[in-house]
Design a protein around this ligand. Sequence first.
Ligand SMILES: *[C@@H]1O[C@H](CO)[C@@H](O)[C@H](O)[C@H]1NC(C)=O
Ligand SMILES: *[C@@H]1O[C@H](CO)[C@@H](O)[C@H](O)[C@H]1NC(C)=O
Ligand SMILES: *[C@@H]1O[C@H](CO)[C@@H](O)[C@H](O)[C@H]1NC(C)=O
Ligand SMILES: *[C@@H]1O[C@H](CO)[C@@H](O)[C@H](O)[C@H]1NC(C)=O
Ligand SMILES: *[C@@H]1O[C@H](CO)[C@@H](O)[C@H](O)[C@H]1NC(C)=O
Length: 394
Amino acid sequence: MTSTHRCFQAVLLLALTMLLLAGILHMDVGLFIPLLRSQAEGPPIVNVMFLKTHKTASSTVLNILFRFAETHNLSVALPAGSSFHLGYPWLFLARYVEGSEPQGPQQRFNIMGNHLRFNLPEVQKVMPNDTFYFSIIRNPVFQLESAFTYYKDSVPAFRNAESLDAFLASPWTYYNQSVGLPNAFARNNMWFDLGFDNNARANDEGYVRARLADVERQFQLVLIAEHFDESMVLLRRALRWRLDDVVTFPLNSRSVRSVAPLTAVGRERAQRWCALDWQLYQHFNRSFWVRAHAELGPRLLRAEVARLRARRRELRERCLQDGTAKNQSQIADPQLRPFQSGQADILGYNLRQGLDEQTQRMCERMVTPELQYMARLYALQFPEKQPKRLAFLE
Ligand SMILES: *[C@@H]1O[C@H](CO)[C@@H](O)[C@H](O)[C@H]1NC(C)=O
Ligand SMILES: *[C@@H]1O[C@H](CO)[C@@H](O)[C@H](O)[C@H]1NC(C)=O
Ligand SMILES: *[C@@H]1O[C@H](CO)[C@@H](O)[C@H](O)[C@H]1NC(C)=O
Ligand SMILES: *[C@@H]1O[C@H](CO)[C@@H](O)[C@H](O)[C@H]1NC(C)=O
Ligand SMILES: *[C@@H]1O[C@H](CO)[C@@H](O)[C@H](O)[C@H]1NC(C)=O
């Protein structure tokens, strides 16, 4: 063998080794970076404000916050006195919060998530200045349908309408704008919850653009109910919480019997009737996906969603009797029976029998309905105050 030949062999070997190494490195980088990217750095965020919009899966989200507050011994901005919400439908004021101090140094809370009509300057009086703000919105067509079923008997505009299709066929027959707040559920309710005028002109482009910019500025994240699991992945990442912190069973959901889907014509009319909400939804649905793909990419997003679902299945098996939601009448423990409203059967859960103490506590937190959970946190946080009275359990 000549020396040139040997030299050539050595070069070839070196090149092959380099190629192989590059391959391994490339693979490693490929495997490693997504893992790093899914694992945000820094300590978990503990100051969180959630604008709880209506009929948008927000009770399920609130359960996440209540659980986190309870297990981390965080303070919660709870409704004052015997109230169940933070002044809704009036614009939020700091004094609606139990323990807020109108005079003197203001008490700050870690977590805030009960229903309120958003009013940032007042929220800032009770929340720390490094608070993470987020909310959730839903396709307004389905949001309106849910509101109609739930508030049928209490909202003046809905009371005399035979069905939502009938309401939408001639809304001005039923909807009296001068009635004001009591009709807030009947039109652009998410726009209203954000603190804006739900009767504003939806074709005023400058106005709509300015309000959307307000939301962008005030909220670090806007979740989409139709993409709930992807929303949980993004939320967990933003807050740097553990997977189990964001695993939920749907709360405050309706039985199939209580859902009355709109006709195609009705859906189109709902989009026009709630044109402000429709523009809100289009805007944030778009930016949600841009963000999801920019932060995680489709592959990692799918993997994270799969991980969340697998864990939910596991916990459903472990926690729930028959693994399914139950009617009010089928729920044995009154503490686990959700509040009922309008023409909807609101579902809840029975826990599996014979769970060990620690599992029992974890599962119980996941299925405790919102009002009971709020009352429990209130009693823990304000033991000297009159406990919240849940009349529907009596
Ligand atoms: C929880 O917080 C309260 C006051 O915020 C404190 O008195 C109590 O000791 C804390 N409990 C635990 C278990 O950390
Ligand atoms: C935020 O609040 C902390 C403590 O209340 C204060 O020290 C800090 O200066 C505030 N930061 C800003 C940017 O206002
Ligand atoms: C609309 O509501 C206002 C205020 O409640 C009331 O004065 C008015 O009569 C109502 N209009 C109709 C058409 O019912
Ligand atoms: C929301 O965005 C997704 C992804 O772009 C899209 O598939 C979906 O149709 C959008 N929803 C609505 C109601 O526009
Ligand atoms: C709830 O009750 C209704 C009527 O009583 C029944 O049709 C429905 O299947 C029940 N739903 C569940 C989830 O048990």
